[in-house]
Design a protein around this ligand. Structure first.
Ligand code: NAP
Length: 474
């Protein structure tokens, strides 16, 4: 079954003279031909968004909320179609593709609710000598055209994380989804228009990041760039975006500590999910597990047992836990990293083999901090176990990273939990859970190489609005 890809420009679904095949990463079948936007089409998309700024800014909050709520209803009706599109474009196992669609529905509702809560505050003007007879307050106003650039790994929910708050805040959008997983964004666009979004307020363009993406980032009509993707691209986008507001949601090499006395069964089951769900291609996947040496043997045995039970294979099957990686190049890269670690003294506890685009769930130990599998973002089903003697040492090792997205701590000791909260430089600390835990309304984002700004509808809305101060001289 093929998919007809169309861009959405100025309210029309259009193709283009140049196309690129979208492939199923599991079996290499061609899903459809993706139209690649010409420079003129990107310009038309930005112009259409720019023209609809006023219409969007004047839509009352209840109407913006209703559009987002209705979009959730329409997506729920097309749930299976969405799930299938994610499975075949992203190679995401059915169970995780279903979770993604369900999260996207909830996320749209969170954004709808937030649309009704965008407000300012009064300022006590009489605190300043000479301003006793003034009244002051600030309001939040839409920032303007939002350029949204999204990655391949959550082709629906990470698009919702950008488009829904933009609409909730009264902004028009130009969206460029990842070139290998554009289908869910297109289906979302269809639902948003059907739900009543003014037709030129959402524009979707396809094409390469370094061409179409960079045109969006540089264009002066764009007020706000919201990007999720890899750190090098994030750096480039920040450098190119001039004075625009920029949110960057980037990668990580997230770590988890398992303290002696923690609930080991919980830690094992959460670490198994966190390390291998969607073949580890999750920005908050568990990449480094630090184990108190007192429980390390027991954890290792149970973790390897749980890893051995994972079903690896066709993502369309309901039982599959681990499907393919997004491309042959990515699977080959990670295989090389594992071989390199082994040649530098790491020990393979399980996995290590690659079959086409499928990398077996892989567990390493005896790793060194400078190995690529430890210090870079592995973004694959590969996790390393490291033993520690003291909790202090574990915190230092966990925090010794250029990244800082989320961290997990399994402990029953509240003092250790708070010590971790205080000392680890990350955007989120999950106590008795893996860094992979996220619900969509919490503030989410990273420090250091993991980015700037926060998502989650309330926080994204803050970043997609400007404060406007009003002073009345009585
Ligand atoms: P990527 O290669 O950085 O691409 C992300 C998006 O940026 C794609 O739409 C891509 O277009 C576009 N792009 C590439 N180069 C660009 C440029 N020079 N200017 C503008 N846009 C450009 O990332 P990915 O491989 O899709 O996703 C994996 C990365 O995303 C990982 O590092 C992961 O940790 C991160 N991520 C972070 C979060 C978070 O919330 N912190 C969530 C998910 C993923 P093309 O597809 O056409 O190349």
């Amino acid at each position: 079954m093929s998919f007809t890809y169309r861009m959405l420009i100025n309210g029309e679904w259009v193709g283009s003279g140049v196309t690129k095949a979208v492939l199923n990463p599991y079996n290499q079948e061609v899903i459809g031909d993706l139209p690649i936007a010409s420079e003129a089409q990107v310009d038309q998309a930005i112009a259409a968004a720019d023209r609809s700024r006023e219409v969007m800014a004047e839509l009352p909050a209840h109407q913006r909320a209703a559009i987002l709520e209705q979009t959730a209803v329409l997506i729920a009706r097309r749930r299976e179609e969405m799930v299938l599109e994610i499975i075949r474009e992203a190679g995401k196992a059915r169970k995780w593709a279903t979770v993604e669609v369900n999260r996207a529905l909830e996320n749209l509702k969170f954004a709808a609710e937030e649309a009704k809560r965008i407000h300012g505050e009064t300022v006590p003007m009489d605190a300043s000598v000479g301003s006793e007879n003034r009244i002051g307050f600030w309001i939040r106003v839409p920032a303007g055209v939002v350029a949204a650039i999204s990655p391949f790994n959550f082709p629906l929910n990470l698009v919702v994380h950008k488009v829904a708050p933009a609409i909730a805040a009264g902004n028009p959008v130009v969206l460029k989804p990842a070139s290998n997983t554009p289908g869910a964004a297109q289906l979302l666009g269809e639902c948003l228009l059907k739900a009543g979004l003014p037709s030129s307020a959402l524009n979707i363009v396809y094409g390469g990041g370094s061409t179409v993406g960079e045109m969006l980032v540089k264009d002066e009509r764009v007020a706000k760039v919201t990007f999720t993707g890899s750190p090098p691209v994030g750096r480039r986008i920040k450098a190119l975006s001039g004075l625009k507001k920029v949110t960057l949601e980037l990668g990580s090499n997230s770590g988890t500590i398992v303290d002696a006395g923690a609930d080991l069964d919980l830690a094992v089951s959460r670490c198994t999910m966190g390390s291998f769900a969607y073949s580890g291609q999750v920005c908050i996947a568990v990449q480094r597990i630090y184990l108190d040496e007192k429980i390390a043997d027991e954890f290792e045995t149970k973790f390897l047992e749980a890893t051995g039970k994972l079903v690896v294979g066709n993502p369309i099957d309901a039982d599959t836990d681990v499907g393919p990686m997004i491309s042959a190049a990515e699977a080959e890269r990670v295989e090389t990293w594992v071989k390199e670690a082994l040649s530098q003294g790491a020990r393979l506890l399980t996995g290590g083999q690659r079959d086409g685009n499928i990398m077996q769930p892989t567990v390493l130990t005896d790793v060194l901090p400078e190995m690529a599998v430890m210090c870079q973002e592995v973004f694959a089903p590969v996790v390393s176990l490291v033993r520690y003697k003291s909790f202090d040492e574990a915190l230092r090792m966990l925090d010794d990273s250029v990244f800082g997205l989320q961290a997990g701590i399994f402990t029953r000791d509240i003092h250790k939990a708070f010590e971790a909260v205080k000392r680890i430089n990350v955007g989120g600390v999950m106590i008795n859970d893996v860094p992979t835990f996220r619900v969509d309304h919490m503030p989410y984002g990273g420090n250091k190489e993991s980015g700037i700004g926060r998502e989650g509808p309330r926080f994204a809305i803050e970043e997609m609005t400007n404060l406007k101060m009003v002073c009345i001289n009585l």
